[in-house]
Design a protein around this ligand. Structure first.
Ligand code: AMP
Length: 500
């Protein structure tokens, strides 16, 4: 084995070489194979250079062995990995590639058609994964843990998505916290169904098992029937998803025959841990899932900027509707509107976080980075309260951040896009509580009276324009909403339009 394998996660893989690491549609790959493939990709990225020196390497690779090898390859070469969302349309990818000043885009042949012209236009090196991995292994740079490792794009309220930069030390801290709290071992096998441009899919569901020497079985995308089939086939010990996924699994179970239901429920008995997060888990879903699977879902709270911060316990009470307690080595405080720390139960405050898990900066946005911290504490913008020792989320401090199906989207960005429609004079967008999606994206729209526009046309148009936000089928217009729901909307702009 060549190279200078200094990174903690890579060193860990060397201790479990023969264990399966990744299982995908192509087969099963050991940790040794993953190490070897990532070193080749690193050599392909370096092409004779000693160190990428934090050059941004964008990855457009579907879930599977090649994704993990590409991520580690970028790190081993000294690059900053920038996992792209494989379902994003070209304009969104272009924004991310430009904003990050990516040097290289490493692309699976599946996405060549989409990415090659974009790379040409932006003058970015285009490298196919199979070309990169045919390179001869070469000496690899030593990487200090303080170096930048990854950029993930996340929506804010006031601007386009920002790049959240984490260092290798941040990532190690985010992983080891969960290894300790959730009892990962080399005997685990997770079924991975999450997007791989988001912290949940990358840190919690891929890097944790790899760190533990466990196996990660990756599906190309979520499909309820396939997930139940895999549970029934056995071997899976851990599953993690957003609440919307559990809702889809429940629907599938409810539509099955009694015999099938029995098999599905029995299959869950063999698993050790089922986790929900990235959005609030409704208590009704917690209860339904418990009745179906026998598992009390472990709900946790986290964010792209901090990894995971609070979690219900592995052993002990998992309280429905609550996000539990601070995770190991993560410091939490609640701060009220006047900036004072809350020290009693039942008084709400903004969750603020400190620890090695907290990100380094927003990429090339020093101002936004400064504003995100108060006295060294990261301000999450989520308001919570402590009740009998457990934290419970009350909501976000900004109505302009919507969480739909586990995705964070900015209401202001959607408003901008809707306003570009030739028939729309004004609009206001909010998230409206929804049992399936957490929140649905809802638009109050005022037409300019020049042309007529019906709802179906608007939906069709929005489906294309908003594809990057993964919300088209969830866009509602106020007309469709019952008055009692509209009554709960607090955003003044919506109320204003509604009166027009
Ligand atoms: P992201 O950076 O996309 O992971 O989004 C982070 C946001 O998701 C947080 O700031 C919360 O608003 C929300 N979130 C994550 N986990 C939970 C949870 N268990 N309950 C409620 N909201 C959550």
């Amino acid at each position: 084995m060549s190279g200078n394998l200094t990174l903690p996660i890579i060193k860990r893989a060397q201790t479990q070489q023969q264990h399966p690491a990744i299982i995908d549609a192509q087969g099963e790959y050991s940790h040794a194979q993953l190490l070897s493939a990532s070193q080749k990709i690193a050599a392909g990225l370096l092409q004779g250079r000693p160190d990428l020196q934090e050059a941004r390497v964008a990855l457009m690779v579907p879930p599977g062995f090649e994704y993990a090898a590409a991520l580690w390859g970028a790190w081993l070469a000294g690059g900053v990995a920038l996992p792209l969302c494989i379902s994003h349309p070209a304009p969104e990818l272009e924004y991310v590639l430009q904003d990050s000043a990516a040097e290289t885009v490493l692309v699976h042949p599946l996405f060549e058609e989409k990415l090659r012209p974009l790379a040409g236009k932006l003058n970015i090196r285009f490298l196919l994964t199979r070309e990169a991995s045919s390179a001869e292994e070469c000496p690899l740079p030593a990487i200090a843990e303080s170096r930048r490792a990854m950029i993930l794009y996340t929506s804010g309220t006031t601007s386009r998505p920002k790049g959240v930069v984490t260092t290798h030390r941040n990532i190690t801290s985010q992983i080891t916290t969960l290894i300790d709290a959730w009892g990962w071992t080399a005997e685990d096998r997770i079924l991975h169904v999450l997007p791989l441009h988001h912290t949940h899919g990358i840190i919690n569901a891929l890097l944790c098992p790899l760190w533990a020497g466990a196996a990660c079985e990756m599906l190309p995308q979520f499909d309820a029937g396939t997930v139940w089939d895999r549970f029934i086939q056995g071997k899976i010990t851990v599953f993690m998803a957003v609440p919307t996924v559990y809702i889809k699994l429940i629907e599938f179970w409810e539509n099955a025959t009694e015999e099938e239901q029995r098999k599905m429920s029995q299959a869950c008995a063999g698993m050790r841990l089922m986790v929900s997060g990235s959005a609030a888990l409704p208590v009704s879903i917690f209860e339904k899932w418990k009745a179906i699977s026998g598992h009390a879902l472990l709900e946790r709270y986290g964010m792209t900027e901090i990894g995971m911060a609070l979690s219900n316990p592995l052993h002990g009470e998992r309280r429905p509707g609550c996000i539990g307690l601070p995770l190991p080595r993560v410091q939490i405080r609640l701060v009220d509107e006047s900036g004072k720390e809350v020290n009693d139960e039942e008084t709400p405050g903004e969750i603020q976080v400190k620890g090695e898990n907290v990100f380094l900066e927003y990429w090339r946005r020093p101002e936004a980075t400064r504003e995100a911290f108060a006295e060294g504490w990261f301000r999450t913008g989520d308001v919570a309260v402590v009740e009998s020792g457990y934290y419970r989320i009350l909501g976000r401090s900004s109505v302009d951040i919507i969480k739909t199906g586990g995705y964070k989207v900015s209401a202001l960005e959607i408003e901008e896009i809707l306003r570009s429609h030739p028939c729309i004079k004004e609009c206001a967008v909010v998230g409206v509580e929804d049992s399936e999606w957490g929140e649905r994206v809802c638009a109050a729209v005022v037409l300019n009276g020049v042309n007529s526009l019906n709802l179906e046309e608007l939906r069709r148009w929005a489906k294309e324009k908003l594809a990057a936000y993964k919300i088209p089928s969830r866009l509602l217009v106020v007309d469709e909403l019952p008055r009692n729901v509209m009554g709960k909307v607090t955003k003044p702009e919506v109320k204003g339009l509604f009166r027009d």
